[in-house]
Design a protein around this ligand. Structure first.
Ligand code: FAD
Length: 279
């Protein structure tokens, strides 16, 4: 059971509760991106169990006729066990999802996993064109090369700023440099990815850039934001006719995710404190 304080960011512990949350998002013209919380498994069993749960989820999304998809973390389906384990689990999820016409995103973790993740996404996208997408991080200095590679593959890109503390040998280290890189990469995406761009950011400046680029290039785009973060803005953007998809984490491993959200922003910490002291 998740305490009410955490339920702003996490849609319960069960798949059925998370699917209900997707249904609620659909009522306000937003899609849902389901993420089962879990990461850094070093044994094949939990990786296989989570892969199974994603297969169940994509079937349920189809059965309930929901506007939703899933987003999978490489380290929860076996990247730390072996690249073959990860690739096999990812392919299994995508195969079942493709049969149900459900899209599969692959989250991106720290830079040591980028090559293996992109290899798996590329192989799977070639078998299931337009059925998969991958998060790409603007904070990494390699990102332009990765986007150029992906431009030739039938896979979608979600551009994010990057959530991992990376060494300065591989990453931009100031917020200004990351923001600038994000906008440069967005321009490339709108220019080169006719099939569409996913803007994974809460930052009004990045969203404004995306709107301007859409006007310039006509490329369709969707906005992806996390459950519990700028939800008023999410609903307003959806009401204005933008495609908005909410990233919805759920599952019994909610504690670590919740504290990450609280730590990353003063307002979230205040929200948590108010909920605890009841003011
Ligand atoms: P920030 O740079 O954090 O903030 C910029 C501005 O946005 C702020 O000044 C403020 O105006 C506004 N803002 C931001 N947060 C809030 C808030 N809580 N309330 C009000 N205003 C706010 N990272 C990965 O490394 N790999 C992934 O696979 C990945 N997937 C993601 C999927 C989605 C859908 C999203 C939204 C993010 C994902 N991330 C991922 C995280 C991402 O890399 C960033 O760490 C995170 O989104 C914070 O960056 P930002 O662009 O939202 O804006």
């Amino acid at each position: 059971m998740i305490p009410p304080i955490a339920s702003r960011f996490v849609a319960g512990t069960s798949a059925s509760g998370a699917l209900d949350h997707v249904s609620e998002c659909n009522e306000t013209d937003m899609g849902g991106i389901l993420n089962l919380l879990g990461e850094h498994y070093h044994d094949p069993e939990p990786a296989a169990e989570d892969a199974e749960e994603y297969c169940h989820l994509v079937s349920q999304l189809a059965t309930r006729d929901l506007n939703g998809c899933v987003s999978v973390k490489p380290s929860q389906i076996g990247i730390n066990v072996g690249s073959d384990v990860f690739t096999k689990n990812f392919e299994q999820i995508v195969e079942i999802a493709a049969a149900e016409d459900v899209f599969v995103w692959c989250d991106m973790e720290d830079h040591t996993t980028t090559d293996t993740t992109l290899d798996a996404v590329e192989a799977t996208a070639r078998d299931h064109p337009n059925g998969v997408g991958v998060a790409i991080q603007a904070n990494l200095t390699r990102t332009h090369d990765d986007l150029s590679r992906l431009a030739d593959i039938p896979a979608a890109v979600r551009l994010v700023k990057g959530a991992y503390d990376e060494p300065s040998s591989v990453a931009h280290d100031s917020k200004a440099a990351i923001d600038e890189a994000y906008q440069t990469h967005l321009e490339f995406l709108f220019r080169e990815f006719d099939q569409g761009v996913a803007v994974g950011s809460h930052d009004p400046a990045m969203l404004e850039t995306a709107v301007d680029l859409h006007k310039e290039y006509g490329t369709p785009f969707e906005i992806q934001m996390l459950m519990g973060v700028r939800e008023d803005a999410q609903r307003e953007l959806a009401a204005k006719g933008y495609e908005v998809n909410q990233y919805i984490p759920y599952g019994d491993k909610w504690m670590q995710y919740f504290y990450r959200r609280v730590r990353e922003r003063k307002e979230n910490a205040l929200f948590a404190l108010r909920a605890v002291v009841g003011v």
